[in-house]
Design a protein around this ligand. Sequence first.
Ligand code: HEM
Length: 311
Amino acid sequence: MANDLNKREELLGDLQEKYDAIGQDLNTHLSGLLQQEPLTYWDYIQVDALLGLQTKRTVFPDEMVFIMYHQINELIFKMILWEIEQVAHHQALNTTFFAERLLRISRYFDMLTTSFDIMTQGMEVEQYMKFRNSLAPASGFQSAQYRKIEFASTELINLIDARFRETIDRNTPYEHALDHLYWQAAGKDYTTGKKTYLLTAFEKRYRDEFVAFTQEYNTINLAAKFKSLPAEDQKNSELIKAMRHYDYTVNITWVMAHYRTAAKYLNSGSKQAEATGGSAWVKYMHPKYQKRIFFPELWSEKERQNWGHDL
Ligand code: HEM
């Protein structure tokens, strides 16, 4: 009993200090606490708001699978960005923290990869081929969080279309670099070079945000953070393993799960269907063409050359 009272005194003292520091009256806040309703699970998790976000555009039940799985992906992307941010902004980074956070991120991506069967196996082809027309010209290509994960993971140069890498360096303005990112290839008519609606709409909505984001992550992306560690730490085998695993999971395993899904649906008819976003998807999506690698220094020359070849 005496212990409880002492504890309460201590808490009141701490509260007094907290509110004094911001010029607030503690009594007002204690009265507020008295009026508050006890918290419930549904309010805390915001279940009603979350479950109110699924709106089909067609009569097909499987469209719900498509929408919800994309929403789950966006939530997991947010979890990934949350962890990357903590590594990127860490003032005294050490190998244990870095490797542990990378393992968290990899677990999220592993989940996205293994669950991709929900798309490949979990929708009737006939339904998908019909409801997809109602979402054109939208595409997962326009996922801004996916792009941010890439910007925050690696040096910008590794996201530049291989054909233009030599024309771009650290002094190149961000706007120019963004115009030569690998994904521009999916958003341009490759015969005329003109930007498609998919890309124009995406850039109109996110371009400024991407410029600010790439600027922010220029020196604190995961690859840069790794290089800023003491030389000894950069040899830490657990950390290297975690970095390679992350690189492979995002840029090979996830990309291939995605590619196989696209192939299943878009090759299902008598002639190959166009992607809703309109890209030359077969070539665009396969890792062996793009050779996207977040941490090229952590792979041998041979591994880099064979990237995506044995799939
Ligand atoms: C039936 C399921 C799916 C199909 C058929 C499909 C198909 C495609 C195609 C063809 C592209 C190339 C761009 C275009 O022209 O549209 C693309 C890009 C993309 N999709 Fe999907 N997709 C599916 C599911 C998903 C899911 C669940 C996500 C998770 C958010 C996703 C995220 C992306 C991303 C991030 C890109 C850009 C990738 C890059 O630029 O390399 N897709 N998708």
